[in-house]
Design a protein around this ligand. Structure first.
Ligand code: MN
Length: 238
């Protein structure tokens, strides 16, 4: 075979491959999508560096979404459930759905709970009253939450949840589990979340997770935490 026809063949094969990749997952088979960040990738600097945000959102979160979509063929029911409902019924799926469905939910929430340093406001009256009732003070909440986050062994998350009885509680989960899942020990509605996987902080903080946790408080968006607290308090529909 002549060299230029071989090149043409290779080019055609590559092109076909590209087209096939683009159409491999029709919309109805890929119901889950990567949400845009609610701010620029450098918006959380210097607390969370731009490169970490780019990789964390653009690669890690995207992989959870892509891998969750790969499970839709096996579990067509995923097409009929919203992401929160997937968490509540997670015991009816396999480990890949638990890990990637959890990863998609957790990161979608995590991005919304942060804002440019100093722009996140303070807890409002109702949330502050609940914090003082259940932890004694804002300082006590921060100390206990930070200790819980620092104490997660390996990869996982720290949470502030509203329990079914309306009380606030601090919990942790391993891997991509979360407090909505019907498989975790302590369930509730998450209103604050902190990712303590190494991919969340290692580029800037290396192995010093406690340093990352300490400065992370500067980017908490308390207005969003307050809003979620209000929704969790609202009487359940139906
Ligand atoms: Mn993460």
């Amino acid at each position: 075979m002549r060299r230029d026809s071989l090149t043409a063949l290779l080019a055609a094969a590559l092109l076909t491959g590209a087209v096939m990749n683009a159409s491999a997952a029709p919309r109805e088979e890929a119901p889950f999508t990567l949400p845009d960040l609610p701010y620029a990738t450098d918006a959380l600097e210097p607390v969370i560096d731009e490169q970490t945000m780019q990789i964390h959102h653009g690669r890690h979160h995207r992989a959870y979404v892509d891998n969750l979509n790969l499970k839709v063929k096996e579990y067509p029911r995923l097409k009929t459930l919203d992401l929160e409902q997937v968490q509540r019924e997670i015991s009816s799926f396999d480990t890949a759905v638990r890990n990637n469905g959890g990863g998609h939910y957790n990161h979608s929430l995590f991005w919304k709970l942060m804002a440019t340093p100093g722009q996140g406001g303070e807890p409002g009256k109702a949330l502050m009253a609940a914090i003082e009732r259940d932890f004694g003070s804002m300082d006590a909440l921060r100390t206990r939450f930070s200790a819980a986050a620092a104490g997660v062994f390996g990869a996982g998350w720290a949470w502030l949840i509203v329990r079914d009885d309306g009380r606030l509680a601090i919990t942790t989960t391993p891997n991509q589990d979360n407090p909505l899942m019907d498989v975790v020990a302590e369930r509730g509605t998450p209103i604050l979340a902190l990712d303590v996987w190494e991919h969340a902080y290692y580029l800037k903080y290396r192995n010093k997770r406690a340093d990352y946790v300490e400065v992370w408080w500067q980017v908490v968006d308390w207005r969003e935490v307050e809003r979620r607290f209000g929704n969790a308090q609202a009487p359940k529909q139906g």
